[in-house]
Design a binder for this molecule. Structure first.
Ligand SMILES: NC(=O)c1ccc[n+]([C@@H]2O[C@H](COP(=O)([O-])OP(=O)(O)OC[C@H]3O[C@@H](n4cnc5c(N)ncnc54)[C@H](O)[C@@H]3O)[C@@H](O)[C@H]2O)c1
Length: 332
C-alpha cells in the first residue's frame, strides 16, 4: 500500500453512497481504519450487492443511513459537512439494464443528478469520486482501450453510467464542484454479491466453485479480461480523492496482466477442483457481450503512481477463503 494513499484521511468526514455494497463497504472498512468519520448511505436495493454484514468488522465505528438516492431530500441533508464523497451506489447488472431500463435510468442517472445537485446547493466544497465502468466503451475497436476510445455502449447501463460521468464533469467545470471519474474494470473479491447471477461472471463462477457445481463458460473462453482485486480498487479510490490533478478528469483502472476467461476458470479448478466446460452464448448474453477487453490505465498510474498489487490467482484464493469462512452471509 502506498504511503500517499493512506495519508490525509484521519478526522476527515466521508460519505460513501452504496456503502453497504461490495466495493463501497471495502472502502468504508479501509477509511475507518485510517481514522476517517465514515457515513455509508445505501438503499439495500433487493437482489443486488447491499449487505449489512459487509461492514461487520467496523459496525460500531461508522454511521449507516438506509435511504434511496432517488430521494433528493435525504441527499441534501446527508451531503452537508462531508469533506469527501465517494459515489458508488448503482444498479450494476448489464442484463437487468436491458430487462428493466427504467430502474437503471432512475438509479444510475437520476440518483447521480440528485447527488451533484445536492452538493451544488448544500456542499459545493465537497470532493467527489464517481465509479463508472469500462462498459461505456462498448465493443473495443482497439486494445488496450484508452480513455480516448469512442464511447459506444452496448447496453442501457453503459449509457446511463456515461451520462452520470458527464453530470460530474459538467458540475466540476461549471460550478467548480471537484469531481473525478474512475472507469472500473472487472473487480472481484471478498464481499461481492455471489448469491445470484446478477453481478457478473466472476461472482457466478466463485459461487459455482464453492458449491462444486460445474462452471459453464459462454463461448470459447478465449475472450480476455483485466481483473482488479478489490483492495487495489480501494487504493485507487483513495488516491483519486487526494490527487488534485485528477479532478475534472476521467481515468481507466486496469491490470498489468490480462487473462482469457478460460485461464481464470482453470485457476478456480486448481484451487477447488470444480469441473468446467464451454457452452454456446445464450442469445440475451451475446447481445451485450463486448468480446475481448483490457484497458490502458497508464494515465491514472502516471497521475497517482497507482499499481495493482494482487495477481489473479492470489486474489481468487483470498476470495474463496473469505466466502468459505462466511458462507451463510453470502451463498450457502
Ligand atoms: N464490481 C465491478 O466489477 C464494477 C465494475 C465497473 C463499475 N463498477 C461500479 O462500481 C460501483 C459499485 O459496484 P459494486 O460492485 O460494489 O456493486 P454493489 O451492488 O455491490 O453495490 C452497489 C450498492 O448501491 C446500492 N444502491 C443501489 N441503488 C441505490 C439507491 N438508489 N440509493 C442508495 N443506494 C443504492 C445497492 O444497495 C448496493 O449496496 C457501481 O457504481 C458500479 O457501476 C463496478
Amino acid at each position: 500500500m502506498s504511503e500517499r494513499s493512506t495519508a490525509g484521511f484521519a478526522g476527515r468526514r466521508v460519505l460513501i453512497t452504496g456503502g453497504l455494497g461490495f466495493i463501497g463497504s471495502s472502502l468504508a472498512i479501509e477509511l475507518v481504519r485510517l481514522g476517517a468519520h465514515v457515513t455509508v448511505l445505501d438503499s439495500l436495493l433487493p437482489e443486488y450487492g447491499g449487505n449489512r454484514f459487509n461492514v461487520e468488522p467496523v459496525r460500531d465505528r461508522l454511521d449507516i443511513n438506509i435511504c434511496d438516492m432517488r430521494d433528493q431530500h435525504s441527499l441534501e441533508i446527508l451531503v452537508q459537512g462531508q469533506d469527501l464523497i465517494f459515489h458508488l451506489a448503482g444498479q450494476v447488472s448489464h442484463g437487468d439494464s436491458m430487462r428493466d431500463p427504467q430502474l437503471d435510468l432512475a438509479v444510475n442517472c437520476v440518483s447521480s443528478m440528485n447527488l451533484v445537485e445536492a452538493c451544488r446547493r448544500r456542499n459545493p466544497g465537497a470532493r467527489l469520486v464517481y465509479t463508472s465502468t469500462r462498459q461505456v466503451y462498448g465493443v473495443p475497436q482497439k486494445l488496450p482501450v484508452t480513455e480516448d476510445h469512442p464511447a459506444l455502449p452496448v447496453d442501457v447501463n453503459g449509457i446511463n453510467k456515461l451520462a452520470a460521468e458527464y453530470y460530474h464533469l459538467l458540475y466540476d467545470r461549471t460550478y467548480d464542484l471537484k469531481s473525478v471519474v474512475l472507469r472500473l474494470t472487472n473487480t472481484y473479491g471478498p464481499r461481492q454479491q455471489i448469491r445470484n447471477n446478477r453481478q457478473g461472471f466472476i461472482g457466478i463462477f466463485l459461487r459455482q466453485a464453492l458449491k462444486g457445481e460445474g462452471i459453464k463458460i459462454f463461448g470459447s473462453g478465449q475472450q480476455v479480461r483485466d481483473f482488479n482485486y478489490v483492495d487495489d480498487v480501494v487504493q485507487a479510490l483513495l488516491l483519486a480523492a487526494t490527487t488534485d490533478a485528477c479532478f475534472g478528469k476521467v481515468y481507466n483502472l486496469g491490470a498489468p496482466v490480462y487473462h482469457p476467461v478460460l485461464e481464470m476458470v482453470q485457476m478456480l479448478h486448481e484451487l477447488t477442483g470444480v469441473p468446467f466446460e464451454t457452452v454456446p452464448f445464450p442469445d440475451d448474453r451475446k447481445l451485450i457481450d463486448i468480446g475481448d477487453y483490457y484497458g490502458d490505465y497508464s494515465r491514472f498510474a502516471a497521475a497517482t503512481q497507482w499499481q495493482p498489487t494482487v495477481g489473479l490467482r492470489e486474489g481468487l484464493a483470498r476470495s474463496l477463503d473469505f466466502f468459505r469462512t462466511h458462507s451463510k452471509e453470502y451463498w450457502a
